[in-house]
Ligand binder design. Sequence first.
Ligand code: SAM
Length: 302
Amino acid sequence: MLQDPDDTYIATIAAHCDLLGKEVLEVGCGTGRITRDLARHAARVVAVDPDKGALAKARATAPAATVRFLPMPDGVLDFPPASFDVVIYTLSLHHVPPDQMDESLRTAAGLLREGGVIVVVEPDEGGSFTEAKERFGAGSGDERPAREAAIRAMHGLEGWSVGETVRFRVRFLFADEDDFIASKLPGFGEQPEAHRRTVREFLARHRTAEGIVLDAGRRLNVLRRGSLQLIAGRTAQEFNQRKVRLHGREMPADQENKSVQLQTVGPIRSVPGVDLERCFIRSPSPDCRSSREGSGRAQNVA
Ligand SMILES: C[S@@+](CC[C@H](N)C(=O)[O-])C[C@H]1O[C@@H](n2cnc3c(N)ncnc32)[C@H](O)[C@@H]1O
């Protein structure tokens, strides 16, 4: 099995979070699959996981001098305050017991320096691999309740705002049906024949020249200090005509930069060149599923 042969995770993370020269804490690094990619961008990566077996594998395969793999007994993040620029949860927040998710995020927030961000990558709906998990219990099975709890926790982090949800797909390549069954469906042989036939028919529909190719939806959010609310205002089109200045750089206020602006400025009192009373913004959705669009004034409510 080959997961993410296209390196979509790191491409998406690096496109939405500046890692260059940053000190990064990766929470729930597992066997270090994404740690290796983070280390190619960041100055230093500390990667933690409560699973000692996974950490041993990670240490064996990710020897970069700038990476440290550390145990995380009882899921506790034990570092001095303000130690990092970025804390990233890579498909791990939904593995934190639901009653500990809030605390995990609160602790992560306390480990960040001024201007630091939390990046959360989570499974999303959609994709044939996700279908196999939900229908047949493949891999870690149906993760919808855990995923929704993770997203709720993210939106509940007091004093922080959740940026726009970035949705993407990752691919999984399996040599053949048996490769998928061996790696994702232990106990397959004991299943009733009708079920086994259904699984094989499903896999046959995804057979290509490369083997069995499945995909899964993923989502990424960047959390920043400060929060926003919508009040009233103009349309996206009108906002798009403007230019905004962000950290001294002038950039077009296009769809992407609009969210960058809102996520990056933090406590928004003024943005040179932008009339905040008449701009279009996105705000974190209270239903925890997607961003809600609206016309409005950005008001700092932090
Ligand atoms: C699906 S794996 C993701 C591993 C890795 N980040 C990746 O993308 O390949 C989820 C990881 O979360 C870890 N985990 C479980 N409980 C945790 C907790 N309380 N805090 C942080 N990570 C946890 C698991 O040990 C596991 O390695």
